[in-house]
Write a protein that binds this ligand. Structure first.
Ligand SMILES: Cc1cc2nc3c(=O)[nH]c(=O)nc-3n(C[C@H](O)[C@H](O)[C@H](O)COP(=O)(O)OP(=O)(O)OC[C@H]3O[C@@H](n4cnc5c(N)ncnc54)[C@H](O)[C@@H]3O)c2cc1C
Ligand code: FES
Length: 217
């Protein structure tokens, strides 16, 4: 794990509140690993590492003061990469996510040739290379139509992940990225502990990705 600066190359507006930020630097990371980015508050904020075409990138949804600050910067201070890289089972996979996680989705698509499906509540402001559905009803219909996959990976809000987990769990193993609040990102503060069927796990060092049926009933 290292501390480093990331200089912003370009910021793409994906929706009114979701962005892809690309960087000039290149760093080695495993899929779904994340970095903790400094903000003016004491707490650093976690963001999944990804790619946007050839560039290192993060996706970001602006929801509070930290994310408002991050999207306005030219240089970001961060540490990482943190967490365990996600290695899916063999076979054909599908990632289901939101516009905020496009950079991670692009990286997984490149590495694992998985299909990517985006559910959005808002119109997109740019073209993206993945099938996108708009609104809750179309999202549920999309999930029901996904057959013939050997694994699913879902990342989004808790509510979105629960809906997807319940609709997909009978078809193939469903992996989920857990959204616990993080203070340290390195297993020291115990703030990101979750109860699993294999005991207490820490999302920052044991995750962030877990098989859904090990955590949820
Ligand atoms: C491992 C990991 C990877 C992540 N990767 C990404 C990413 O790639 N892109 C992205 O946009 N976001 C990602 N997040 C979430 C992101 O870190 C938070 O949205 C961000 O920290 C919010 O900071 P803020 O100061 O803007 O908002 P805050 O002021 O901290 O919060 C604003 C609102 O959001 C809620 N909130 C904040 N953080 C969380 C959380 N972790 N879970 C549930 N609700 C929360 C608060 O309760 C509050 O209502 C990730 C989180 C984790 C744990
Ligand atoms: S964030 Fe501190 S232990 Fe996980």
């Amino acid at each position: 794990m290292e501390n480093f600066s990331l200089t912003v190359k370009k910021t793409f507006e994906v929706t009114r509140d979701s962005f892809i930020i690309t960087f000039n630097e290149k760093i080695d990371f495993a899929p779904t690993q994340f970095i903790m980015i400094e903000t003016p508050s004491v707490v650093r904020k976690p963001f999944a590492l990804g790619k946007w075409f050839d560039d290192l990138a993060i996706g970001i949804q602006v929801i509070g003061k930290g994310t408002q600050y991050i999207v306005k910067q030219d240089v970001l201070l961060a540490h990482g990469p943190l967490g365990r890289g996600f290695v899916p089972p063999s076979g054909k996979g599908a990632m289901i996510t939101t516009p905020a996680c496009l950079a991670m989705a692009f990286d997984l698509h490149q590495r694992y040739s998985c299909d990517v499906f985006i559910g959005s509540l808002e119109r997109l402001q740019m073209e993206i290379p993945f099938k996108t559905v708009f609104g809750n009803e179309k999202f549920v219909n999309l999930l029901k139509s996904l057959n013939g996959y050997d694994w699913f990976y879902v990342v989004g809000s808790d509510q979105m992940e629960k809906v997807a987990f319940n609709l997909l769990r009978e078809k193939a193993p469903v992996y989920l990225s857990f959204n616990e609040y993080m203070a340290c990102g390195i297993g020291a503060c115990r703030g990101c502990a979750i109860q699993t069927k294999e005991g207490i796990k820490h999302v920052c060092i044991d995750g962030p990705v877990f098989r859904g049926d090990l955590v949820w009933n």
